[in-house]
Design a protein around this ligand. Structure first.
Ligand SMILES: [Zn+2]
Length: 284
């Protein structure tokens, strides 16, 4: 699943491509992704509107659209769900089978494709209100983090996935940050010591920043197939290196040696999601 870094990289990639482009036609093939907005209301709001900015909040993409020069921009909210991809395609190119929404921009179209339709492209912004601070922003302080953790009995790995604690961290970066901080994923959040909170706070920021830096060097190619393009859920041409593989230290590496101590990395289920950890490096 795409997390904060993958969405950030996609935003940086798409922003200059969309800036100033006008939506000339709207085609919705899967009404589910607009929920609860109707196809009619969606089309009415988007047709003729112009892209005037693209930013990110947590795992959401925020497309700013303006209908007239001085009009207040309207936000279109995107979420990639588990398998969503967003890219520009020549308008004449055949559409992928799972294209959910197609916005024609003239010679090119913006395509939101999602094989499982868990993603969203909607004008309903309520999901944003529930989000906690941006982990790379100034509001995410050690004090605030410590305070939130002290009030939770949940296992720290599970707590890190709570989007009201901090926005944008998912299964991959929660496992990676805990490994880096040397903290057992099963430790109840309120049992973390002050020094551990600080280590984890720093580790979260490091793993996210490094992933963004790594992703910024990857050529995004929509022509790739979705299956193992893991990193940026965008497409990777056949034969190009799998950047996803070597940059993670524990995630999806069960049975392989820990890069720090050589102990075999384990996988366990926590709240129906996989956690990967080193039983030796993450004892405390
Ligand atoms: Zn280890």
């Amino acid at each position: 699943m795409p997390e904060l870094p993958e969405v950030e990289v996609l935003v940086r990639h798409l922003a200059p491509l969309l800036e100033g482009r006008t939506i000339r036609a709207v085609q919705v093939r899967r009404a589910k992704v607009l929920t609860p907005v109707s196809i009619r209301a969606f089309t009415r709001a988007l047709l003729g509107a112009r892209f005037c900015g693209l930013t990110r909040r947590g795992k959401y993409l925020l497309f700013a659209l303006r209908r007239a020069k001085r009009a207040k921009p309207r936000i279109l909210l995107g979420h990639l769900g588990m398998t969503g991809r967003m890219y520009l395609l020549p308008a004449k190119a055949p559409l992928p089978r799972h294209a959910a929404v197609i916005l024609n921009l003239g010679r090119e179209s913006f395509v939101f494709e999602d094989t499982r339709y868990f993603g969203r492209l909607t004008l309903d912004l309520r999901a944003l209100a529930k989000l906690g601070p941006e982990p790379l922003g100034p509001e995410f302080t050690v004090e605030r983090f410590a305070d939130a953790l002290s009030r939770s009995a949940q296992a720290i790995k599970v707590k890190l996935l709570d989007q009201s604690l901090l926005a944008g961290v998912g299964n991959i970066y929660a496992s990676e940050a805990l490994f880096r901080a040397g903290i057992a994923p099963t430790l109840p959040a309120r049992r973390l010591r002050q020094a551990q909170v600080k280590l984890l706070w720093r580790a979260i920021r490091e793993v996210l920043s490094e992933a963004i830096a790594c992703g910024s060097t990857v050529p995004l190619n929509y022509a790739g197939q979705g299956a193992r393009d893991g990193l940026f859920y965008f497409g990777r041409a056949p034969g190009t290196p799998d950047y996803y593989e070597e940059r993670l230290r524990v995630y999806d590496r069960a049975g392989r040696p820990c890069p720090r101590c050589g102990t075999v990395i384990r996988r366990r289920a926590q709240a129906a999601r996989s956690t990967f950890y080193c039983p030796r490096c993450q004892r405390a």
